[in-house]
Design a protein around this ligand. Structure first.
Ligand code: 8YV
Length: 321
């Protein structure tokens, strides 16, 4: 007799289409986003699911957790867990797996790409050539990168991967975390303002969530100053996006490179009109290789939780239960 496949609730389509196919091959998948009335579906069938698959971008709201009385495990595709409702999950003792480690290189590469582009005006230069301006004008002089100071807000796995990249550009590195790291070779700045004053480039790699909301505000941008650049590859709401728009418009900072926004997929419209900001649609982890590795870990977390009761990689507040 054929074994029945474990039933899985999939919150929505995954950021690697192949993973949708693989999940459906292994499990009896029910896709919540495809139900005509997701609320009614959960009211009728919510009690059948012990496992939920989602992504860092989709997260899981409290009303979904509350509608799944037998939920035991969430496997989330991504390293950020700010969109997973911590209170609702902890209240119910649900365990949560995620995909740290496998995306550090690509996210750090994107931070450097945005940094180089913002400073050297690469995207603006591309527009300049395509729009036929080259035969009439010179492209304006830009800012040097090599040898400049790199400040990192959030020296975790991704921050330290960015810092390692910086040595290839002879950039001194400093960082700010809530506490200095015991074994870091980099200069610790005890406040974000001091880091911003010190830095030519301020790169945000801090975790998103309530504790970091609008940490980078107008005051921090003014400390970075008119020759400074801001790069964000973390979460949109670590940065006050409206304050950034004003700082860019008024030349209070030199430029910015953003992969993340406060209300994705809708950057503030004023950003679109500015030439001194490079915009990317939240693609820092978006390479075939990295998304594959994230998919593999999402699958392995599920498989191992089912076999042993613990995933391969568990969100810290879940593991602490
Ligand atoms: C994901 C991310 O691509 O991992 C994260 O936290 O933000 C990105 O790598 C995206 O959230 C897909 O879930």
């Amino acid at each position: 007799m054929a074994h029945s496949r474990p039933r899985i609730l999939q919150y929505g389509k995954m950021p690697l289409p192949q993973l949708d196919t693989e999940l459906a091959q292994i499990y009896d998948v029910h896709l919540l986003s495809e139900q005509a009335d997701p609320q009614q579906f959960l009211a009728e069938q919510g009690a059948q699911f012990e496992y939920l698959v989602t992504s860092a971008a989709m997260g899981v709201p409290a009303w979904v957790v509350d509608a799944l009385p037998r939920l035991r495990f969430v496997s989330s595709f991504g390293v950020g867990f700010d969109a997973l409702n911590k209170e609702a999950l902890l209240r119910r003792g649900v365990r949560v797996g995620y995909t740290p480690g496998v995306l550090d290189d690509c996210v750090a590469d994107m931070a450097l790409a945005l940094l180089l582009d913002a400073a050297r005006g690469l995207s603006a230069a591309d527009r300049f050539v395509r729009q036929g301006h080259w035969s009439q004008q010179r492209f304006g002089l830009q800012s040097r990168v090599s040898g400049k100071r790199l400040g990192i807000l959030g020296m975790g796995r991704i921050g330290s991967t960015v810092a390692r990249r910086a040595s290839g550009f002879d950039m001194p590195v400093a960082y700010h975390n809530r506490r200095p790291l015991a074994d870091s070779p980099y200069l610790y700045q005890p406040s974000l303002l001091e880091l911003a004053r010190w830095a030519d480039f301020l790169v945000i790699t801090a975790t998103g969530g309530d504790g970091t909301h609008h940490l980078v505000n107008a005051e921090v941008l003014d400390a970075l100053g008119p020759r400074g650049f801001l790069i964000n590859v973390a979460r949109g709401n670590v940065l006050d996006e409206a304050a950034l728009v004003s700082a860019l418009q008024e030349g209070r900072i030199a430029g910015a490179g953003l992969d993340v926004f406060e209300h994705e997929p809708y950057p503030l419209p004023a950003l679109l009109a500015l030439d001194n900001v490079v915009l990317a649609p939240h693609i820092a982890s978006g390479t075939l290789e990295t998304r594959r590795a994230m998919a593999d870990l999402t699958l392995r977390n599920l498989e191992q939780f089912m076999a042993t009761g613990a995933p391969v990689a568990e969100v810290p507040w879940s593991a602490a239960q």
